[in-house]
Ligand binder design. Structure first.
Ligand code: GAL
Length: 649
């Protein structure tokens, strides 16, 4: 579809049919181009086994099409209906304590249930066959936010599935014993049948088992997605398939998931109560852009308040628009919302919507109309893609190992926080950051930062050694291999030669303790390291580590053995060496280049004067601009940079 997409989740099954006519009239008025339909509609589409009621959805899709609105049509499998659960109680997931969960919410399925899978795939085929040629159909929406409520299940069926997965990964029970280190604490298995999911046990569970469980849970849900996707591709090979991601989600390895779908889509809910939430959400948008290195789609966001936090703060005037433009700046080909019409009942009756309870007289509706107009004005931005200058490494397996629930030197190391420590100052400098998995070609970047690589294989170490630009490695890296076993000789294992240091001892800091270094204060983590070819850049000051090296450099490689409160001195040095300049913008103003356009977004509540690096034409006000711009509070300009074509790839 040309231009940027605008719309949201549409749940007509929650409304009497008279309301639908008003829905489509108002959608047309607001310039809505696509809505997501039937996500939780299984129990209405198949009220009894094998008995379908599609008439209402036929009418909805016809009505949408007649008003120029396309459908991101769900296969409707996100919540199995009551009859399926009552006929087959094994469909419901079981907790680590052995409690089988009840019906009455959503996502009530065990990822390994063959019964759920069979019925879901059958429904997907029925949907594809019935609607594959419907002119409103633009995209398939499989499931919904996999792992939102149901990431794992500990039932016997899941145990069997886990054993099959383990047999395929390890080959033999002896190999599994070796990988999990079962000689420890007397866990040696003699048969796969003895192995179970990591259910509640008397003490800490084997970390090798936990790491494989995390891999398995991501894969088990992916299998479910792929089973539906395969049917859709068979019946409607030309209709793209997506499933909505949940930003940077611990449970699912999105590098793998993105390969399995045609379009990356994301749901993002930055907290309006947190004045810095636009930075963390930018990081997740950059992940979405990096997954396929192509434009993606913001498929859900909140027009104003959500209903699932302890306190649900609304978005003040202008913020819905600003946040939507931010997603577009970072590669989204549209802005979609949860949801179109605000519900009157159910758990989301207080969640905001494009059309609030109060209807057309509300400020919410006025903001919806304004955003629709602005997205139309930005149509030429759609389809363009800019690669980043700096890459941040993100490896899910390493993340899972790092954040194991117990038995670590410190459980204060949280990967998202470690990433944000580097990302925030890059964001403030308007430097576009890509995320990259181990194994991706890094040669296009001038700077690569690995905030943490707790799990680092020999292959990853070799790839990093081949990278010719500035490399920065954060603490507690190169500790274990893919089995979660400490590398021979200890950290940084295969990175030892590259970094030119050996870590003799981890020195985690108690909560609140500050460890000074010559480059600023460190908290949470430090290490006793020995130089093995690297030069010290900074030393610890005071305390037990006084005078020992804290930050080191060998050639183009910088290593930090601690967590600095502020990484700016290290970052600025590395950026200067790499010749990466960034953009000069005042605090709270986000600058992003996308193709031939420059987005300037003022996230503050004050006006900001911004010097323009290039003259251009503001697509929002339709005015030429040069030298500088006065950005009102919570406002934006989108500059078509002079000399660049509207649509640059
Ligand atoms: C998402 C979900 C939607 C809706 C929304 C509310 O997690 O996919 O169905 O519940 O949250 O914020």
């Amino acid at each position: 579809m040309p231009g940027l997409l605008f719309g949201g989740d549409y749940n007509p099954e929650q409304w009497p049919e008279e309301v639908w006519a008003e829905d489509v009239r108002l959608m047309a008025e607001a310039g809505v181009t696509m809505v997501t339909v039937a996500v939780f509609a299984w129990s209405r589409l198949e009220p009894r086994p094998g008995e379908h009621d599609f008439a209402w959805l036929d009418r909805v899709l016809d009505l949408l099409h007649a008003h120029g609105v396309a459908a991101d049509l769900a296969t409707a499998t996100a919540t199995p209906p009551p009859w399926l659960v009552r006929d087959h109680p094994s469909v419901m997931p079981v907790t680590a304590d052995g409690v089988r969960l009840e019906f009455g919410s959503r996502q009530g399925y065990c990822p390994s249930s063959p019964v759920y899978r069979e019925h879901a795939v059958r429904l997907a085929r029925t949907m594809a066959t019935r609607y594959g040629r419907h002119p409103a159909l633009r995209m398939w929406h499989v499931g919904n936010e996999y792992a939102d409520h149901t990431l794992e299940c500990f039932c016997e069926e899941s145990a069997r599935h886990f054993r099959r997965w383990l047999a395929a990964r390890h080959g033999s029970v002896e190999a599994l014993n070796a990988a999990w280190g079962t000689s420890c604490w007397g866990q040696h298995y003699t048969d796969f049948e003895q192995v179970a999911p990591p259910r509640r046990a008397p003490g800490p569970v084997n970390p090798g088992q936990l790491l494989d469980w995390r891999r398995f849970c991501s894969d088990a849900l992916l299998e479910l997605f792929e089973a539906e996707r395969d049917v859709l591709r068979e019946v409607t090979p030309r209709v793209p398939v997506t499933t909505n991601f949940m930003s940077i989600l611990h449970g699912l390895d999105y590098w793998k998931w993105a390969e399995a779908e045609d379009v990356v889509s994301d749901d993002a809910y930055p907290d309006p109560a947190d004045p810095s939430s636009h930075v963390a959400v930018a990081l997740s948008y950059d992940l979405m852009r990096s997954l396929k290195r192509r434009p993606w789609l913001l498929l859900e966001s909140a027009p104003s308040a959500v209903s699932w936090r302890e306190v649900n703060v609304p978005k003040p005037p202008g913020v819905m628009r600003l946040h939507s433009l931010q997603a577009v700046a970072r590669g989204s080909d549209g802005a979609m919302f949860f949801q179109w019409r605000q519900a009157r009942y159910g758990p989301e009756k207080f969640h905001s919507a494009l059309l609030p309870h109060g209807g057309e007289r509300t400020r919410g509706w006025r903001e919806t109309l304004r955003l629709g107009r602005d997205l139309r004005a930005l149509a030429e931005v759609a389809g363009s893609h800019s690669p980043g200058e700096v890459a941040l490494l993100l490896d899910w397996e390493s993340w899972w190992g790092l954040e194991a629930p117990e038995s670590m030197p410190s459980n204060r190391l949280r990967l998202k926080e470690l990433m944000l420590a580097w990302y925030a100052p890059l964001h403030a400098r308007g430097i576009l950051v890509d995320l990259a998995p181990p194994g991706r070609d890094l040669s296009g970047y001038r700077v690569v930062i690995a905030p943490n690589l707790y799990l680092c294989t020999e292959e990853t170490a070799k790839e990093l050694a081949r990278f010719a630009g500035q490399l920065v490695v954060g603490p507690f890296s190169g500790v274990v291999d893919a089995r979660d076993q400490v590398h021979p000789g200890g950290a940084p294992g295969p990175l030892c030669e590259l970094l030119g240091v050996a870590v003799e001892e981890f020195w985690p800091l108690p909560d609140g303790r500050v460890q000074r270094t010559t480059l600023g204060a460190a908290r949470t983590w430090a290490e006793w390291i020995r130089l093995e070819g690297a030069e010290p850049v900074a030393r610890y000051e005071g305390g037990d580590l006084d005078g020992r090296p804290a930050i080191t450099r060998r050639g183009e490689v910088t290593y930090l053995s601690c967590l600095l409160d502020d990484v700016t001195p290290v970052l600025d040095d590395v950026l200067t060496r790499a010749g990466v300049a960034g953009l000069d913008v005042p605090p709270g103003v986000e600058a992003v280049r996308r193709g031939g356009h420059l987005f300037l977004l003022n996230h503050t509540t004050e006006p900001r004067r911004v010097a323009l690096p290039w003259p251009g034409f503001d697509l929002l006000t339709r005015k030429p601009m040069r030298d500088h711009v006065e950005l009102p509070a919570r406002d934006a300009v989108v500059l078509r940079i002079e000399g660049s074509r509207g649509r640059t790839k």
